[in-house]
Design a protein around this ligand. Structure first.
Ligand SMILES: [Zn+2]
Length: 390
């Protein structure tokens, strides 16, 4: 199966490259913000929808304005890509997958995308448009032999590290079939629990880093605005943020890879993550636990490796139901981690019990799908749920 995969590597630019990239990021950001402003105005004032092509025409016009002439000094492909990224942001907004596009700030991560006509790749060396020397990339893992490069994204994170993310097309072989199936319950306290009794806690280095982060953030808030000490403190916070997201990404990747390798079918509770992110209180925790990221990885890896990934569309009371006898509890507060079933006496770990229920429901639905050939994902609502939604 031909799939698209991104490979991300760190690289160390020369001073000249760093300066050229800073200029490129600046222009890409400028074009993005200008076009966002243009599209927003057109919508608000004339109720007119502006697409990629209108903004691309606009870009040609900007380049001819004397005060925007600097735009001609960077790769035009990169600027067009910036407009395409904006267009994608709008598409995601219109399809209710994301919030309204925001202006890009110089204080956040900087990035620029290079299409194939804006770089060269020869003998394992990548040279960007408008640059004379190849990038000094740390090839931490090889690109697949058959990889066809689609584009590059060059980025600098807030702690000043440079990365190149290479999007390639490559042939992925399906994994050997297995009989194992698994239900996964994701949560705020425990990152994920499986029906097979495994639990993934937030890793210890992460917990330690987060404690340190709170201290650093408190210090930062006490520093005088615009001072050098504030700049240093902000840099320390950014560096720790970068470390935290690295640890988190690795934890997710290892977990999802293992789950996909070991199981033929993967069932998860279909949380409405987009909806939950709108609740400011829940959002912080959910953003932290990054359910959405785990689900995204499981979904695409399942597709690549010939596995079945089935999110249950309806919420069903996976936590409150005894997985041994089906008894349903009236109430279950979030603080309860273990409980005994009043009907059959079975002892349950809260999260693992939920994961077992998810697995059972998933297996039931999968069988239903196979026999009826439909895309049934809906569990018939229980009395309890009908009451709640009424
Ligand atoms: Zn029971």
């Amino acid at each position: 199966m031909i799939v698209q995969k991104a490979f991300k590597y760190r690289f160390f630019p020369t001073d000249a490259q760093a300066a050229q990239l800073a200029w490129t990021f600046g222009c890409a950001r400028f074009v993005y913000n200008q076009a966002l402003n243009y599209r927003s105005q057109a919508w608000q004032k004339q109720n007119k929808s502006i697409g990629y092509h209108d903004t691309a025409l606009k870009l040609t016009g900007w380049k001819q304005e004397p005060e925007k002439a600097f735009l001609s000094e960077v790769s035009s492909v990169v600027l067009q890509q910036s407009l395409r990224n904006l267009d994608t942001a709008f598409t995601n907004f219109f399809k209710k997958r994301a919030q309204y596009p925001k202006f890009k700030s110089r204080r956040h991560r900087q990035s620029a995308r290079y299409a194939t006509n804006a770089f060269s790749f020869r003998d394992g060396l990548i040279t960007l448009a408008k640059q004379s020397e190849p990038l000094d990339i740390v090839w931490s893992r090889p690109l697949p032999d058959d990889a066809k490069i689609l584009n590059l994204t060059i980025s600098r994170d807030t702690s000043g590290r440079y990365f190149v993310s290479i999007l390639v097309e490559t042939d992925v072989k399906a994994l050997k079939k297995t009989k194992s199936e698994v239900g996964i319950d994701v949560g705020i306290k425990t990152l994920a629990a499986t029906s097979e009794g495994e639990k993934i806690e937030n890793p210890r280095p992460l917990v330690k880093c987060e404690k340190r982060l709170r201290i650093l953030q408190r210090r930062l808030s006490r520093k005088v605005k615009e001072s050098n000490n504030r700049k240093k403190a902000r840099y320390r916070v950014a560096r720790l943020h970068a470390k935290i997201s690295d640890v988190r990404r690795n934890t997710h990747q290892q977990f999802t890879t293992k789950i996909i390798r070991e199981n033929q079918a993967i069932f998860v509770e279909g949380l409405n993550v987009a909806g939950m992110l709108k609740h400011p209180n829940l959002a912080k925790h959910i953003g932290d636990a990054a359910f959405a990221e785990i689900f995204r990885e499981l979904e695409y890896k399942a597709r690549w490796y010939g596995r079945t990934y089935l999110p249950l569309e309806r919420f069903f009371p996976s936590s409150k139901m005894c997985s041994s006898c089906g008894h349903l509890l009236e109430e279950m507060s979030l603080s309860i981690r273990e409980w005994d079933c009043p009907a059959c006496g079975a002892h349950h770990d809260r999260d693992i019990n939920a994961a077992i229920n998810i697995k059972k429901a998933g297996q039931y639905l999968l069988k239903l799908q196979k026999t009826t050939g439909s895309d049934a994902r809906k569990v018939t609502p229980t009395r309890d749920e009908r009451r709640r939604s009424a």
